[in-house]
Design a protein around this ligand. Structure first.
Ligand code: TYM
Length: 333
């Protein structure tokens, strides 16, 4: 069997980028025969950039509801909250000790923070907590704990998965074959979905379209997507058009081809936005009520997460024992 695993950080409301980059491919993978999947709420990761407990709790509820409303079957997959698995921080330490500090210096998220500080004339590590620096190791533990072969993610996570591979290789080399080497599973056409302003859709840029925002709000948000000033009747460029790329993330090849033609024929931006709204709404509308219903029943979600944690720990507990033994953390007799 093949193992598929992915997680979402609990710092905000899930958006279209999370959906097409991770949730949709993950749910699809979980339905394939011979696949065992592990999907989780990365709430330890959330602490790195969020010190607002209420926000983390709200986001945990929203992301759990999003997974289920998007078709995840908790009977079929292992669905859990990272912080319910104490073996994960334990594995993080074991991996920390086989990870070169230099590798972490080169991690994109850490480097971006350092560059930002230097550009502002501040100490390079001014606002950097050690959690941000260690982020890839915690993520490595998430992935390696459950021996995942494939990790469906957006392009921004590729480097982290390569680092997890390096950690696995190094550990296996030192202590014997314990870990599976994971690979990123990336759908090229949606690897980086742009947001309202054309940059990568991201909570940190405040340019997102929340997946389950009410219909009217969704229409207004889509109407606000940045376009150029070409008038109706003038041919439009698909290259660099956020609107076109988001459409492509939701549409079939034929639908995408039709919009490409409409661009060439000079479709008015208002009409293109309406087409995008209708296409996204067609996919999201059937799930929206279910999402709202789930939000209203946190106790139900909590039961599902507890059952998932128990399932996950049936694997994690013996595995961490195996690893402790492998590195020499053993009883004397
Ligand atoms: P996070 O919470 O930032 O994003 C969750 C998933 O959504 C994808 N994504 C996108 N895909 C396409 N276009 C976009 N604009 C876009 N924005 C976000 C991300 O690539 C990701 O797949 N570190 C991870 C969470 C994590 C994890 C893991 C993932 C923790 N442990 C283990 C996989 C395996 C993160 O912060 O993702």
């Amino acid at each position: 069997t093949k193992r598929v695993l992915t997680g979402i950080t609990t710092t905000g409301t899930p958006h279209l980028g999370n959906y097409v980059g991770a949730i949709r491919p993950a749910v699809a993978a979980s339905r394939a025969p011979g696949v065992e999947s592990f999907y989780f709420l990365a709430d330890y990761h959330a602490l790195i950039k969020c010190d607002d407990p209420a926000r983390i709790q709200r986001s945990t509820l929203e992301i759990a509801a999003t997974w289920l409303a998007s078709g995840l079957d908790p009977e079929r997959v292992t669905f859990y909250r990272q912080s319910d698995i104490p073996e994960i921080p334990e594995l993080t330490w074991l991996l920390t000790c086989v990870t070169g500090k230099g590798i972490l210096n080169r991690a994109h998220a850490y480097k971006a923070a350092v560059d930002r500080n230097e550009a502002a004339g501040n100490d390079p590590d001014a606002d950097v907590n050690a959690g941000l620096f260690m982020y890839p190791v915690l993520m490595g533990a998430d992935i390696l704990m459950f021996k995942a072969h494939e990790v469906p993610v957006g392009r921004d996570q590729i480097q982290h998965i390569e680092m997890a591979r390096d950690m696995a290789q190094r550990f296996n080399h030192l202590y014997g074959e314990h870990f599976v080497l994971p690979e990123a599973l990336i759908e090229e056409s949606v690897a980086t979905l742009p947001g309202l302003d054309g940059r990568k859709m991201s909570k940190s840029y405040d340019n997102t379209i929340p997946l389950f925002t009410p219909r009217d709000a969704m229409r207004r948000l889509i109407a606000g997507i940045l376009t150029d000033s070409r008038a109706p009747g003038e041919a439009k460029e698909v290259e660099g058009s956020a609107l076109f790329q988001i459409y492509q993330g939701f549409a079939s090849a034929e639908e995408t081809q039709a919009l490409r033609q409409a661009y060439a024929d000079g479709i008015a931006w208002g009409d293109a936005k309406q087409a995008l709204f209708e296409r996204v709404d067609r996919e999201v509308a059937p799930m929206r009520d279910h999402y709202q219903e789930l939000l209203a029943h946190p106790e139900l979600l909590e039961d599902i997460l507890q059952a998932g944690a128990a399932k996950a720990r049936r694997l994690a507990t013996p595995f961490i024992q195996e690893l402790r033994h492998a590195v020499g953390l053993r009883r004397l007799s």
